[in-house]
Design a protein around this ligand. Structure first.
Ligand SMILES: [Cu+2]
Length: 295
């Protein structure tokens, strides 16, 4: 009963967090986080699509096994059949798997290809460098903004204006989020400190996961559908503080992004504080809208 209750609660939180656009893991969550990009929506579609093959095949094989166990055990069937060939069955069990594999391979390769090629020129390019144990972000444009992003310490919450634990969850919130504009293609160059170890830059809501390897630059991209704060974590076991190097991406409007970039070139902390304050306002607004529509 408690398990069921926690699953239901998990869905509740999932829906709530989708409304407030803070993508993060939830207690008792069973499924993917709500998709924050078309790429993630495609991955979810592919996940459901393959289940249409996996589930019937599993049930079919189980039924065959049960028939064999019941009908053809030594007791029920003491005189075994001496059949060694059956052309029809052999054709069927060759052709059907080929058809199934093609039906899975075609959308799978398409998805894989899309993950490497956004199909349009990115408007923002950011380099993400895995350090032991935090992330460095460097904007590859004339703003030349670069900063480190460390996990938010509990004692720094008040000063950072990040007391809201839904928007800034423990162990996921960071001091400086990566800021990007909504609805635009963001190129991410992923690497790791040359003296360091392998990390992985991952953002579940965007269907994003890329190894950060010292001495090598991997390229990936994402396009966020909705403004909000999205959380991911280093996803390659990298040492003692592996669990404490979260990734926070703040998706804002183009106007907010331009204002932030101009301000951040001078004073990153002031520019970030501005965004923290504006998100608090828009969140209150959203909650107010929900309360109204519930009435
Ligand atoms: Cu790690």
């Amino acid at each position: 009963m408690r398990a069921i209750a926690s699953v239901i609660a998990g869905f509740g939180i999932l829906i709530l967090s989708a409304v407030a656009a803070f993508a993060q893991p939830v207690d008792g969550g069973l499924w993917h986080q709500p998709a924050g990009s078309d790429m993630m929506a495609s991955i979810e579609w592919f996940d459901a699509y393959t289940l249409w093959f996996i589930v019937p095949i599993t049930i079919f094989v189980m039924i065959l096994l049960l028939i064999v166990m019941v009908k053809f055990n030594a007791k029920a069937n003491p005189e075994p059949s001496k059949t060694s060939h059956n052309t029809f069955i052999e054709v069927v069990w060759t052709v059907v798997p080929i058809v199934v594999l093609i039906a899975i391979a075609v959308p799978s390769f398409e998805l894989l290809d899309n993950q490497f090629d956004p199909g349009e020129e990115p408007t923002v390019t950011v380099k993400a460098v895995g350090q032991t144990w935090y992330w460095d972000f460097e904007y590859q444009d004339e703003s030349e903004i670069s900063f480190s992003s460390n996990m938010l310490q509990e004692e720094d919450r008040a000063e950072a204006g990040k007391e809201d634990k839904q928007a800034y969850p423990r162990l996921l919130a960071v001091d400086n989020e990566l800021v990007v504009p909504v609805g635009e293609t963001i190129r991410v160059l992923v690497t790791a400190d040359a003296e360091g170890v392998i990390h992985n830059f991952a953002m579940p809501a965007f269907g994003l996961k890329m190894d950060a390897i010292p001495g090598r630059t991997n390229e990936t991209w994402f396009k966020a559908n909705k403004e909000g704060i999205y959380y991911g974590q280093c996803s390659e076991l990298c040492g003692i503080n592996h669990a404490f190097m979260p990734i926070g991406i703040r998706v804002v409007s183009r106007a907010q992004f331009d204002a932030w970039q101009t301000a951040a070139a001078d004073d990153l902390e002031a520019a970030n504080n501005e965004l923290v304050a504006s998100t608090a306002d828009s969140k209150n607004l959203k909650l107010a809208e929900n309360a109204q529509s519930a009435q």
